[in-house]
Design a protein around this ligand. Structure first.
Ligand SMILES: NC(=O)c1ccc[n+]([C@@H]2O[C@H](COP(=O)([O-])OP(=O)(O)OC[C@H]3O[C@@H](n4cnc5c(N)ncnc54)[C@H](OP(=O)(O)O)[C@@H]3O)[C@@H](O)[C@H]2O)c1
Length: 238
């Protein structure tokens, strides 16, 4: 049966691949972008509506998501894919080292990657509860793993700490929403050939990661809630 899905950051990268794959199988997708005028690829997809959302504008997020959820006629699945890293915020390079650390870029990353994702869930929560199969997939990163700390990448305080915080927020969501029967998982999408990833050097086509993440969402039930998974379903240490 067609599902009603909110995908954040759906104008490009992994989010666009997720929207494309969901559209191709007949799901209804509210795809969020910051600038709808540049979202022609997304707008062309059947069953997809383009929704304006800036996660950096915290006060606007929950009301905007509630309104798009109403337009969608309900929400069965949220995929929080939108995020920024150090390179996407003003003075973000300062968060790469404690020797250059500044508060504002650190907080800019947290506002989008952690607070924004939670506010999206808050905005759609009534619809998730009403859905026969409401669930949440938060796209995090292996760089946010504490148990499996990756020593082959820069220390990158802002992005790593934000993704670790989103991992914990996902674990907390799984606990708080357990009585509502809403599972939540954190998913590492892998090193992808996107703007944020490694361009042509990266391991993985975002289309393949999107297919894996959708398979995880399809299989997700209360037995699987609270886990941290790779895009191919393998479990990761938090
Ligand atoms: N690429 C990788 O190798 C990799 C590895 C591990 C984890 N991840 C995670 O995978 C997810 C997707 O990454 P990606 O590679 O697709 O990144 P990307 O190509 O850089 O795209 C980032 C997306 O986030 C959206 N975004 C940025 N700031 C926003 C804001 N303030 N409000 C709303 N949306 C905002 C962008 O929207 P605009 O089009 O409006 O800019 C864009 O759709 C992210 O959560 C990322 O952290 C990626």
């Amino acid at each position: 049966m067609a599902e009603r899905v909110i995908v954040t950051g759906a104008g490009r990268g992994l989010g666009l691949c997720l929207a494309r794959a969901l559209s191709a199988r007949g799901d209804l997708v509210a795809g969020t972008v910051r600038d709808p005028s540049g979202a022609g690829d997304l707008a062309a997809l059947p069953g997809v509506t383009v929704e304006q959302l800036d996660l950096a504008d915290s006060a606007s997020v929950a009301p905007a998501v509630a309104a798009m959820a109403d337009r969608l006629g309900g929400v069965d699945l949220i995929i929080n894919s939108a995020a920024v890293n150090a390179m996407s915020v003003p003075d973000g390079r300062a968060t790469l080292s404690v020797r250059t650390m500044q508060a504002d870029p650190m907080l800019d990353i947290f506002r989008v990657d952690v607070v924004g994702a939670l506010l999206v869930v808050r905005g759609a929560l009534d619809h998730l509860v009403a859905s026969p199969r409401g669930r949440v997939v938060n796209v995090t990163s292996w760089l946010g793993s504490i148990g499996g700390y990756a020593t082959d990448s820069a220390v990158n305080y802002g992005y790593r700490s934000a993704k670790a915080a989103l991992n914990m927020a996902t674990r907390a969501l799984a606990a708080e929403l357990q009585p509502d029967g809403i599972p939540a998982v954190a998913v590492n999408p892998g090193w992808m050939r996107t703007a944020m990833g490694g361009g042509d050097h990266a391991d993985l086509a975002p289309e393949d990661s999107a297919a894996g993440i959708i398979a995880i969402a399809d299989a997700l039930d209360m037995d699987g809630t609270g886990r941290f998974l790779d895009w191919d379903g393998a479990e990761r240490p938090y």
